[in-house]
Design a protein around this ligand. Structure first.
Ligand SMILES: *[C@@H]1O[C@H](CO)[C@@H](O)[C@H](O)[C@H]1NC(C)=O
Ligand SMILES: *[C@@H]1O[C@H](CO)[C@@H](O)[C@H](O)[C@H]1NC(C)=O
Length: 443
């Protein structure tokens, strides 16, 4: 019965056209077909609409790219490979942006990224350094009508099926220069718990395994090249690239929305964790205890998106240690169960780095932290944890192992000059240590 319903839901999702969905009345805005163009699902606004950033519903700004009058020959994969091929960009795997607040240790040159867009490993670029470069900035000046204070431009690109899991932040616009991108959006406070439990999955797996059975489905639609999507402040959203895409995101770094005033969902809980840091030291232990209990309940004992709050919790209470141990065991299970070099392994490796950061921040335990990172590097060297691992090993004067970690890292990140330099140093130190050891008189 359940299986039959899922099949039926999928069938509907594929076959119901925009017109049919709209004819069904209220289903129009929460359309059954997530392949409907966003122009047919969201409000459509012309470029130049004033105060777009203050809106509280998602919208499409049709023709935004044409209005911005960017030189689309210069701003293309082909031209950028020539002009910016060596520029290093931040790369994410599908579930990483959601669970690690936009942190990644994976940095690759644009030339190599473009050659990997069709790989099995899904590469997704979301990088704000790129447009800091004056000649890059000329590619995509933000039009005046989009200006908003406290906003930053990001370069974004990815191959088919790459994307980013649900996350929420301040007001954002995404101007699509090439390709098609599917969107899922939830209003503040209304994020389903079932989706919160699936944040570690790639968006394609979410679409297949979670979306059909959701009681309150997200708004969903496909953005086409040339248009911009407005994501209002605090709306949780996920995206998946239907084909190779290239675009510019323009977004506010901080959210002004108090999500908990709209509903008690995963993102409300995230904001509560941030607020806990501002409480008096006396009140913090109890508050963190409550919040982690809530996090466990909401995520089915899998609170991997809240690891960074274990650091501040541990500073004020040793009870954090039990939660740390439980989370560590879950993350290591995830790592162990993942295939070497897979996206799952990459995510697990990035989570392991988070655990190592907590250990260093609270216990200064370089030994345990490096043990963790060594396992992660073995499973997913592409995650770029080799540098951090080598530093931790260096702190323990384990130069030979540090050199080995750096050599592995350098084979995946040959453009990382800092790592190459560190490798040279570690190799020298290892050799010296070896000589001193053999010169020392036997005890
Ligand atoms: C900006 O990009 C150009 C083109 O790739 C490059 O030649 C230049 O060195 C970059 N400038 C900076 C400051 O990174
Ligand atoms: C999600 O989980 C939390 C914590 O268990 C609960 O309070 C809340 O009601 C749940 N939300 C929904 C929509 O089921």
């Amino acid at each position: 019965m359940g299986a039959a319903l899922v099949v039926l839901a999928l069938h509907l999702a594929v076959n119901v056209s925009a017109e049919d969905a709209c004819a069904a009345g209220e289903a129009c805005s929460s359309s059954l077909s997530f392949d409907t163009p966003c122009r047919d699902v969201l409000e459509v606004l012309p470029p130049g609409t004033p105060k777009l950033w203050s809106r509280t519903r998602p919208a499409v700004i049709s023709g935004a790219v044409a209005d911005a009058a960017w030189d689309l020959r210069a701003f293309s994969f082909e031209a950028m490979k020539v002009d910016f091929g060596e520029t290093l960009l931040k790369v994410f795997s599908p579930a990483q942006a959601a669970l690690l607040d936009g942190q990644t240790s994976r940095v690759l040159p644009l030339r190599r990224i473009i050659s990997k867009l069709d790989d099995e490993q899904k590469i997704y670029v979301f990088d704000k350094e790129f447009f800091q470069n004056v000649s890059a900035k000329e590619l995509a000046p933000i039009p005046g009508w989009l200006k908003m204070s406290d906003a930053v431009a990001f370069l974004t690109l990815g191959g088919p099926l790459s994307g980013t899991q649900f996350h929420a932040h301040g007001t954002a616009f995404l101007l699509l220069v090439a390709g098609k991108k599917r969107w899922y959006l939830h209003e503040p406070g209304q994020f389903p718990n079932a989706s919160a439990r699936a944040l570690h999955l790639p968006v394609s797996a979410f679409e297949k395994d979670v979306l059909p059975s959701l009681e309150s489905a997200p708004l969903g639609c496909v953005q086409h090249a040339g248009d911009a999507i407005l994501v209002p402040d605090g709306w949780a959203h996920a995206t998946i690239n239907v084909e190779e895409t290239l675009g510019v995101a323009w977004q506010r770094t901080t959210s002004l929305i108090k999500t908990c005033e709209h509903g008690h969902d995963y993102w409300c809980l995230g904001q509560s964790f941030v607020s806990a840091e501002k409480l008096s030291l006396k009140k913090q232990p109890q508050r963190y205890k409550e919040l982690f209990a809530e996090a466990n309940e909401l995520t089915g004992d899998f609170p991997i998106g809240f690891i960074r709050h274990l650091g501040p919790y541990w500073q004020v209470s040793t009870e954090a240690k039990d939660i740390f141990k439980a989370v560590r065991s879950k993350v290591l299970q995830l790592l162990k169960a993942s295939k070497r070099h897979s996206d799952e392994a990459l995510l697990a490796a990035a989570l392991v780095k988070r655990l190592a950061d907590v250990l260093m921040g609270t216990r200064k335990d370089a030994k345990r932290a490096s043990d963790l990172l060594a396992v992660a590097q073995k499973k997913a060297p592409e995650a770029g944890q080799g540098l951090a691992l080598a530093r931790l090993l260096g702190q323990q004067f384990r130069w030979k192992e540090a050199a080995e970690a750096l050599a592995v890292h350098a084979s995946y990140f040959p453009e990382d000059r800092g790592a190459a330099l560190m490798l040279e140093q570690a190799t020298n130190f290892a050799r010296k240590a070896q000589m001193e050891q053999s010169a020392a008189p036997p005890r």
